[in-house]
Ligand binder design. Structure first.
Ligand code: IDP
Ligand code: MG
Length: 148
């Protein structure tokens, strides 16, 4: 079962959309295995967004993600990276399909509500930036899971 790191960014917290966003992932069938509400330090933000260092929007990105609290979570499920990215929608809200989180609720690329890992490799690196192994809970959902 794959895992991914999801962040509800400061705009999602400020707009009180935590419940709305988590609901979409839960309704799809992803399992919450870790969760933390925190204020990211510049150090953590630079580590998390290291892949974007040198890009024109990097400073703005680090500044925005540290502008207020975020909710970090690890979601698990079959093809978790792909499934969560589909639910999030395209990076640019004007390209995000209606029905997706960004397509339904975001207007600006810099304020697109959620972060989700983009590969299994990056997911494991990003998860380790936010969570100790002991903070990730291994359990089964009472509803079980479907094979297919
Ligand atoms: P993703 O969040 O969909 O994976 P990335 O390309 O990894 O998108 O970019 C990380 C974040 O950086 C985006 O979610 C967005 O908030 C911001 N970003 C990406 N491209 C731009 C841009 O051209 N201008 C401003 N912000 C950007
Ligand atoms: Mg990305």
């Amino acid at each position: 079962m794959e895992r991914t790191l999801i962040l509800i960014k400061p705009d999602g917290i400020q707009r009180q959309m935590v419940g709305e966003i988590i609901s979409r992932f839960e309704q799809k069938g992803l399992k919450i295995v870790a969760m933390k509400f925190l204020q990211m330090s510049s150090e953590l933000a630079e580590k998390h967004y290291a892949i974007h260092k040198g890009k024109g929007f990097y400073d703005e990105l680090v500044s925005f993600i540290t502008s207020g609290p975020v909710l970090a979570m690890v979601l698990a499920g079959r093809m978790a990276v792909k499934q969560t990215r589909n639910l999030m929608g395209a990076t640019r809200p004007e390209e995000a399909t209606p029905g997706s989180i960004r397509g339904d609720h975001a207007m600006f690329t810099g304020q697109n509500l959620v972060h989700g890992s983009d590969s299994d490799e990056n997911a494991e690196i990003e998860i380790a930036n936010f969570f100790e192994p002991s903070e990730i809970v291994n359990y089964d959902l009472a509803t079980g899971s479907w094979i297919g």
